[in-house]
Design a protein. Structure first.
Length: 318
């Protein structure tokens, strides 16, 4: 059975898009579609249905695709262990972090690196998401710790932490408390930041996936820190992870959708063929365990949700 076809099918399942899966693997969409078609022919079943709203598994696909995930995970584990045995890795783990990642979670990463069976140093690089993804693909970084906002189906991933999202709306009367429904929040003009940290991507996907218009302030803040300050000044409304909000905001309220808190997820992403594969898996497991005290418990290893909990739905792939 062609392994490439299996990986293509897994990527389509994770991204819910043939075009997004093809971009991540660096192949044309026809090439990826043909690979999936050959796999379907070999299996004798159709894996996916296409519609104007995207791609979803067929009834047969829903049964077979999780088995493909497990098969590829087992195969990757064999390859990673062989590489580890034949190519001893350096002593450091090079981790890229988004500017949205808080100091508490970074501290958990240092604790996880020191607690490995073979303790390692942790070398950090903070940068925009695009730069981090390029560095991971070029082998300059071993693992990323980033918001779960864009699919990377060619890589392993694990959800590390989720945290609630709050809305800061200066138009709300002082002293107003309690959660605000997403539909009601849509009436405000939101300040956005460059998509470098992932917050704007999260915000736009949240409104799009709920069929709500996103009204925006015509200017742009440089970072989430400025976003917080401008919202305080009354320039416009803002969405922020709860950990990034100044505690004394009078107009800060939890954001909910149908009464359920909207949350943003952070994930670890690392390569399948990295010589540090076994150590990275252990590192990410320790990181998820130690981050548990910071927020809701993440999904088990290898089964991160296809999108953010109660938020937008882009997938990051294993």
């Amino acid at each position: 059975m062609n392994i490439e076809g299996l990986r293509y099918a897994q990527a389509v399942s994770r991204t819910k898009s043939f075009s997004a899966a093809a971009r991540d693997y660096g192949v044309t969409q026809p090439a990826l579609s043909n690979g999936v078609a050959r796999l379907e022919e070999e299996l004798g079943i159709k894996l996916f249905d296409r519609s104007p709203r995207g791609v979803k598994p067929t009834a047969h696909g829903a049964r077979v695709l999780p088995m493909i995930d497990r098969a590829l995970e087992a195969l990757d584990s064999v390859t990673a262990e062989a590489r580890r045995l034949t190519s001893p890795a350096a002593g450091s783990i090079r981790m890229g972090v988004s500017p949205l990642i808080g100091a508490d979670l970074v501290g958990c990463a240092f604790t996880a690196a020191r607690g490995l069976t073979r303790p390692r140093d942790l070398v950090l690089r903070e940068a925009d998401l695009d730069l981090l993804r390029t560095a991971l693909k070029d082998g300059e970084l071993d693992v990323l710790l980033v918001p779960e906002v864009e699919p990377m189906p060619a890589y392993r991933h694990r959800t590390i932490l989720t945290e609630p999202v709050v809305v800061i709306d200066p138009a709300v009367a002082p002293g107003t408390d309690g959660p605000v429904e997403l539909n009601d929040a849509a009436s405000a003009d939101f300040i956005l930041v460059p998509s470098s940290c992932g917050l704007t991507t999260f915000t736009t996907q949240l409104f799009r996936d709920n069929d709500l218009p996103l009204r925006t302030y015509p200017g742009e803040a440089a970072s989430y820190r400025v976003l917080d300050e401008w919202a305080r000044l009354g320039v416009g409304a803002a969405l922020l992870p709860s950990s990034k909000v100044t505690p004394d905001h009078a107009s800060c309220r939890p954001l909910v959708r149908g009464g359920t808190p909207v949350e943003i997820s952070y994930e670890a992403v690392w390569g399948r063929d990295n010589p540090l594969g076994a150590d990275l898996k252990e590192f990410v497991g320790f990181l998820a365990d130690s981050a548990g005290c910071l927020g809701p418990v993440p999904q088990p290893d290898g089964e991160a949700p296809a999108g953010q909990t109660a938020g937008p739905s882009p997938a990051a792939s294993q």
